[in-house]
Write a protein that binds this ligand. Structure first.
Ligand SMILES: [Zn+2]
Length: 496
């Protein structure tokens, strides 16, 4: 990466005269991207294209030392700009020169370069830092999970703050190189493909590469004692799966679930189209958490997801997100349905595939099991509010919306949409409104009323709005065989 040539002083003076008086003065970049749910998340004034993270982590003390090199392009003239970060910073350089920085704002690193930056300028930002991420709380919590043998960064919608400085919003995706040194006998797991592993002086350094755009909250790091297994999908995509060596009683159930990652990926390609990345897998650290997260190419599974036995449904959910949520990101956090509605619906399709209840049976049962006065129906999946972003309704009512769509437009158009949407927006981001327009375009039907009913109206919709089998012909509420495993997976699939 080269920097824009610095204009010599004389030429710069001439240039200044040529610029109209109305030209913008360098100004501070905004401390947030303007997301209504999380106004301070992400930043304005630049766009990151690549993160290079060179880290050293000591499990005994939970001490993380790092140097982050960010390649970015400015989108306005900048006198200063922010990154989102919570650990201690010792030095910042912009284009090689030391920059002033201020970390007094909560999860904000404010950087003032030695010289202001032009619009459209390629910049290189180097941040040196260290900290004990499990002890750094922002708003009363940390997204870092310390374990007996290491630590894990996995949280939604914020987890980068505790391990690398970033423009922390899904609308600024970038590629990554993550290189981590850990004591010999310990593994460092991250996203993407394994590039190299080497050992010296008691430390093992492992390097991972994500060469497709990746949102900051989908970057993950896990350090601990892992059993790492390798496989390939039917289309030859490498599968890397890691199991903590301390899973105890859930070890068998975890392996019986994640060992089917290749099979599930092959099946999902039939539903959603070509897998969007160059590597796949997953990991189960020794984190006593009940949630899972679709960290890109390598989902995180809290070990409680396997308390009751194998749970392939949660694997289906997290891998479905690789298309819906990871390759196609949400534009604003209120658009969470474009992630969770589809991941939840994929579990119903898997149930149908496995002969454990059709999507219609699961929709009927979901609808019937919630009385009209259940507060569940008050949450609007299309704009649930930050406090309800991971509410059951986003998942269950979100999936009901898709079953209603399938009944309205028929299987041919419905499955064309499920495949077409990830291709249309591959590597980008989109809103719920974009999806509605896309579905109308493919089906040729007006669908605003259907989505308004299921995504934007509080209250239980009429039974007729769901379509499919009707209350008069259906036998009263038979529970599909997959019901329990889907409930268990759904609860495991909730983020922070
Ligand atoms: Zn999910």
């Amino acid at each position: 990466m080269r920097h824009r040539l610095i204009v010599p002083a004389a030429a710069a003076a001439a240039l200044t005269l040529a610029i109209p008086a109305s030209a913008a003065e360098p100004a501070p970049g905004a401390p947030g991207v303007g997301d209504p749910y999380y106004p301070s998340y992400g930043n304005g004034g630049y766009d990151v294209s690549h993160y290079d993270l060179r880290l050293k982590y000591q499990p005994k003390t939970d001490r993380l030392d790092g140097t982050a090199t960010l390649l970015a392009t400015t989108t306005q003239e900048l006198s200063r700009f922010n990154l989102d970060f919570a650990l201690d910073v010792s030095e910042v350089r912009v284009n090689g020169k030391k920059a002033h920085f201020d970390t007094s704002g909560e999860h904000e690193l404010e950087i003032t370069p030695a010289q202001s930056l032009g619009k459209g300028e390629r910049i290189t930002v180097v941040v040196r830092y260290s900290g004990t991420p499990s002890e750094v709380e922002v708003g009363g919590f940390t997204g870092w999970h310390r374990t007996k043998d290491g630590g894990v960064a996995a949280n939604e919608p914020e987890s980068a703050w505790w391990w690398f400085p970033s423009n922390d919003h899904p609308t600024d995706k970038a590629t990554y190189d993550v290189s981590v040194a850990v004591p010999d006998g310990t593994q460092a797991i991250s996203n993407g493909t394994l590039q190299s592993e080497s050992s010296s002086n008691g430390w093992t350094r492992t390097s991972w590469r994500s060469d497709k755009p990746q949102a900051t909250y989908l970057a993950t790091l896990a350090v601990g004692r892992f059993d790492v297994t390798e496989d390939t999908t039917g289309n030859g995509i490498p599968v890397i799966t890691a199991y903590s060596k301390d899973l105890g009683a859930v070890d068998g159930a975890a392996r019986a679930s994640l060992d089917r990652t290749a099979e599930v990926t092959d099946w999902l390609e039939g539903v959603f189209g070509p897998y969007p990345f160059n590597s796949v897998g997953g990991y189960v650290p020794n984190v006593d958490a009940g949630f899972a997260l679709e960290t890109q190419t390598r989902p995180f599974y809290g070990k409680r997801a396997f308390d009751k036995g194998s749970n392939v449904s949660v694997v289906v959910h997290e891998l479905a997100h690789q298309w819906y949520g990871d390759s196609v990101s949400l534009s604003r956090w209120k658009d969470i349905w474009v992630n969770e509605g589809f991941a939840a619906y994929s579990q119903w399709l898997w149930s149908e595939h496995e002969g454990e209840g059709t999507a219609q049976e699961l929709a009927d049962h979901t609808y019937d099991s919630r009385p009209a006065d259940d507060p569940f129906w008050k949450v609007k999946p299309g704009d649930p509010g930050p406090e309800n972003q991971f509410h059951d309704a986003v998942y269950d009512r979100g999936a009901l919306a898709l079953q209603a769509l399938r009944n309205e437009i028929g299987d041919k158009d419905f499955f064309a949409i499920l495949k077409g949407w990830p291709a249309e927006h591959e590597g980008g981001d989109a809103t719920v409104a974009d999806f509605v327009r896309y579905a109308e375009g493919v089906s040729g039907k007006p669908l605003a009323e259907l989505f308004d009913t299921w995504l934007y109206t509080a209250g239980k919709p009429d039974r007729a709005a769901l379509g499919g089998s009707t209350a008069t012909t259906r036998a009263a509420t038979t529970e599909p065989a997959s019901w329990d495993s889907i409930q268990a997976a759904k609860h495991a699939a909730h983020g922070h």
